[in-house]
Structures are given as structure tokens and as C-alpha cells.
Unconditional design. Structure first.
Length: 104
């Protein structure tokens, strides 16, 4: 696991990243930063936690609008974990937010 330093909404974070996953992580960071910046720049929401929640909801909605991909084959399910551990992801986000407060 590699440590990658990123900036989201002007705040620096150090995130764990699998070897070779830096480009994908940076792409995700750019999407999150762009969404959060757009919400902040609209001027209606000031709290970082609320901006993060609204950005997460917007990005999740965009993903939900995409057409569903065909289900993965059984062989692929055995080789890789398809479903992310949501609780683990929330803990990672909470750790990244640090003193800014907990996401949920």
C-alpha cells in the first residue's frame, strides 16, 4: 500500500493507495474536489461537512444514473472483491476529515 498526498477543497490529505492505483485515485480526487468546489462556489453552503455530504450524494446520483453493467461472471467474483466494505470506506473518510468532523 502506497501513501499518496492529495488536496481536496484546499485541505491536504494523505491517503492509502494500492500500488499502480495512483492515476485512478487522482481521478477520483479530482472529481470529488470539483464537485465540492462547485457546491462551495455556489455560496449557499459553508460547512465543510455539509459540502462533503452534498458532493457525495451528487456523485452517487450520477453513478446511479449510469446504465447497469452486466453482472460479473462467477470466476471474476472469486478473483476479486466486487462489493466495497462501506463501513471501512466511511472510517477512511472520517479519518481523512480529522478535526473537520465525522462524515456520518
Amino acid at each position: 500500500m502506497k501513501q499518496v498526498e492529495v488536496t481536496i477543497l484546499g485541505q491536504g490529505y494523505i491517503l492509502g493507495c494500492p500500488d499502480g492505483g495512483e492515476a485512478l485515485l487522482n481521478s477520483a480526487v479530482a472529481k470529488v474536489d470539483g464537485e465540492m468546489s462547485a457546491i462551495r462556489d455556489a455560496g449557499k453552503v459553508k460547512a465543510r461537512e455539509r459540502i462533503a455530504v452534498l458532493a457525495a450524494l451528487n456523485l452517487a446520483y450520477q453513478l446511479a444514473e449510469r446504465p447497469e453493467a452486466p453482472p460479473p461472471s462467477a470466476a471474476r467474483l472469486e478473483d476479486a472483491a466486487v462489493e466495497p466494505d462501506v463501513d471501512a470506506l466511511v472510517r477512511r473518510i472520517d479519518a481523512a476529515l480529522g478535526n473537520d468532523g465525522l462524515l456520518l
